[in-house]
Ligand binder design. Structure first.
Ligand code: C2E
Ligand code: MG
Ligand code: MG
Ligand code: MG
Length: 281
């Protein structure tokens, strides 16, 4: 039998712990290999204008891992590990450039077509971020006002003073800032007036909790807050026509969700835009 020390920790070889550590080493090596091999792709989810018949006016870039054995892997399954390995600034930099290039393609057909890109905490904390964004805009030619950088409240609020400084510097480049998953963090509302934010993305949990008819909802309250601070609301996770209708009644200009379109490879967006311009003509 294994002897236990005073802390009650088993000191014998633990096959379960060993297996977990081994699994982690394998996962790390696999991720580093995937990054080296360039196995990552950017997919795009359309953002529609509810006031204009649901026309696609932009997209959100969402990273995926095209794994040779596992198929398409969603970010929830690798971003945290990539973060721990210090690889997110590099991966995120690639996503930004790839997405800006792609957006320029769509801008030929639709000038002003918007691109949203997510930023993680480690990217915001990277002193090279501002130069990097500036250089990507120059290299790709994307007009800065058509780029929206999304960050979650938790990212923005770990160091409020520093975040405000970095966000202001980004805004001086002409890009816009969105608070993602708005309402799910622990932020106090007063931070909205401290941080230079332009857009709030209403978290899908609030969109999905909207009552079928009448009644107040958090989504509606967030829309009021957005208007008070002169921010544009975008509803996330719209999954049915009823939700879309109610958001329209609440004068929410923009929305995104499976009801309109799922994230898709760039080609899918190009086809969607071709169809859209055929309808407009
Ligand atoms: P997010 O930025 O809030 O992105 C929205 C997520 O909701 C996406 O998940 C999207 O596929 C999903 N979604 C969209 N519409 C619906 C809907 O109607 N119903 C439901 N249930 N879900 C919907 P995805 O692509 O798995 O991304 C998850 C998160 O990973 C993102 O949340 C974002 O925080 C992060 N992420 C994705 N790409 C990047 C990236 O390039 N860089 C960084 N830093 N983070 C990223
Ligand atoms: Mg986002
Ligand atoms: Mg979100
Ligand atoms: Mg989210």
């Amino acid at each position: 039998r294994a002897k236990r020390d005073g802390g009650g920790v088993a000191r014998r070889f633990d096959p379960v712990l060993f297996a977990a550590a081994e699994q982690r080493r394998v996962a790390e090596a696999d991720l580093m290999r995937g990054l080296e091999a360039g196995e990552f792709e950017v997919h795009y989810q359309p953002i529609v204008d509810l006031t204009n018949g649901g026309m696609t006016v932009g997209v959100e870039a969402l990273v995926r891992w095209r794994h040779p054995k596992k198929g398409l892997v969603p970010p929830a399954l690798f971003l945290e590990l990539a973060e721990q390995l210090g690889q997110v600034p590099r991966l995120g930099g690639w996503v930004l450039e790839e997405a800006c290039r792609q957006a320029m393609d769509w801008q030929v057909q639709f000038p002003g077509f918007e691109l949203n890109v997510n930023l993680s905490a480690s990217q915001l904390g990277n002193p090279k971020l501002i130069d990097e964004v500036r250089e990507v805009l120059v290299r790709t030619g994307l007009p800065p006002q058509d780029l929206v950088l999304e960050l979650t409240e938790s990212v923005a609020l770990t160091d409020l003073v520093e975040s405000a400084r970095v966000l202001s510097a980004l805004k001086e480049l002409g890009v816009r800032i969105a608070l993602d998953d708005f309402g799910t963090g622990f932020s106090s509302l007063s931070h909205l007036s401290t941080l230079p934010v332009d857009v709030v993305k209403i978290d899908r949990s609030f969109v999905q909790a909207m009552p079928e008819t009448g009644g107040a909802s958090v989504a509606e309250a967030v829309m009021h807050i957005a208007r008070t601070f002169n921010l544009s609301p975008v509803a996330e996770g719209v999954e049915d026509a009823g939700q879309a209708e109610r958001l329209k009644e609440l004068a929410c200009g923009r929305a995104q969700g499976y009801h309109f379109a799922r994230p898709m490879p760039a080609l899918g967006v190009t086809e969607l835009l071709d169809k859209q311009s055929a309808e407009v003509l």
